[in-house]
Design a binder for this molecule. Structure first.
Ligand SMILES: O=C[C@H](O)COP(=O)(O)O
Length: 252
């Protein structure tokens, strides 16, 4: 049984004051009781990881963890501006997003690099959240499965059995921050396709990997998405900035 995982990705948003309010509000809400067996994560911007890690530790909820939004593909050395996985581990991160479409679009990240980042995360005892997804043009020309298969096959080639310890996030680029959520059926179809592709490699890996959906998830569409058999949770951008909306999605 794969646990449902809900990850908030604040992207480049936050401040010391608003982060403190957010964590306190979410912790207070979660203390009232949450559905059993689920995992919740907040991925804060790097400068706030130390602050958020402390706040999350203070609220001592075993199911709420800290995550980072990116990591270096290298372990240490002359890579100005990069952040090593070992540093994120020291900051108490348990999850790290790799290959988000905004990293691919604005920083030209490619699949091989994404897999190298995932390896760094795994080597440091954390869980990589590997993002894949097609653009609007790719879907409109009927190439969505081919594109996502290509992204997944690079991860399989490099990560092999270690994929069993990763999460995959299917995030259609056309649904990110646009309010155009993929219907539960469209999302389920792609999640199924990803799982079947993983099963071609190793059935055990395929049945263990959590596949999250991301792209305009809101409190009012989360229930239907999370009810799909191959959707194991969500990667939430905009709606995670509002602690009440994030809590509502976590309870969906
Ligand atoms: O990482 C989160 C995704 O990019 C989804 O963002 P969104 O919920 O604002 O569409």
């Amino acid at each position: 049984m794969r646990p449902l995982t809900v990850i908030g990705n604040w992207k480049m948003n936050g401040s010391f004051a608003s982060n403190a309010d957010w964590v306190k509000t979410v912790c207070r809400g979660m203390e009232q009781g949450m559905p059993a067996g689920r995992k919740y994560v907040v991925c804060a911007p790097a400068p706030y990881l130390s602050q958020c890690g402390g706040l999350i530790r203070d609220c001592s909820l075993a199911f709420l963890s800290l995550g980072a939004q990116d990591v270096s593909a290298y372990s240490a050395g002359a890579y100005t501006g990069d952040i090593a996985a070992s540093m994120l581990k020291e900051l108490d991160c348990a999850y790290v997003i790799v290959g988000h479409s905004e990293r691919r679009q604005y920083h030209q990240e490619v699949d091989e690099q994404v897999a190298e980042k995932a390896l760094q995360v795994l080597d440091n005892g954390m869980i990589p959240v590997i993002c894949v997804g097609e653009s609007a043009d790719e879907r409109n020309s009927g190439r969505e499965v081919e594109v996502v298969r290509g992204q997944i096959s690079k991860q399989v080639a490099i990560l092999q059995d270690r994929l069993a310890d990763c999460l995959i996030a299917y995030e259609p680029v056309w649904a990110i921050g646009t309010g155009k959520v993929a219907s539960a059926e469209i999302a389920q179809d792609m999640h199924r396709a990803i799982r079947l592709q993983l099963a071609e490699f190793n059935e055990d890996v395929a049945s263990h990997v959590g596949i999250l959906y991301g792209g305009s998830v809101k409190p009012d569409n989360a229930v239907e998405l999370f009810a799909m058999p191959d959707i194991d949770g969500g990667l939430i951008g905009g709606a995670s900035l509002n602690p009440q909306d994030f809590l509502a999605i976590c309870q969906a």
